[in-house]
Ligand binder design. Sequence first.
Ligand code: ADP
Length: 190
Amino acid sequence: MMARRLLFLGPPGVGKGTQAQRLVGELGIPQISTGDMLRAAVAAGSEIGRRAKSFIDRGELVPDQVVIGVAEARLAEHDASAGFVLDGFPRTVAQAEALDRILERLGRELELCVVMEVAEPALVERLLRRSKLEGRSDDNEETIRNRMRVYREQTEPLVAHYRRRGIVRELDGLGSMDEVAERIRRAIAA
Ligand code: ADP
């Protein structure tokens, strides 16, 4: 049995988004990326986008209340009832606690937290390469360093939060996309 209510945790550039997308195709469940949703809101010029933009551009976290609202609305949509891959949410303890409440209200539970890790120099290199290809406004060196710091300080502690529940699977994010995908497949099938 494959787990179908999944959370991907890991530093910026580790490949969460890419791997989450692949899994969507294989399992037929949606990827829920608050980063993608916030960037879409910025592009659309919505109220949420206006509130989020300056934080994103500095590599800071968008305030919890804003992000929690976005994630909650998305999780309540019909296609998430069969499962989901959360990618980039939660990122703070307050968000993790909110997620627990949201899922409880929906009568669901997180099954697995997949933690991907790659050493920081390789991550920075990947993100700088991506900046040339995609032109994301937050992929410049100063902002990248800030996102790494924010991850270590605010998001990495969530690994302990989920480890206490016994649902953490850690894996090496270094390697080809296929190699990493295979590690993920094994981790969620076990
Ligand atoms: P990355 O993991 O490469 O930094 P994301 O697309 O996940 O990229 O996030 C980009 C930016 O969007 C973050 O730096 C932050 O400003 C904002 N963001 C995304 N998700 C969250 C969240 N859960 N809480 C707060 N801010 C978020």
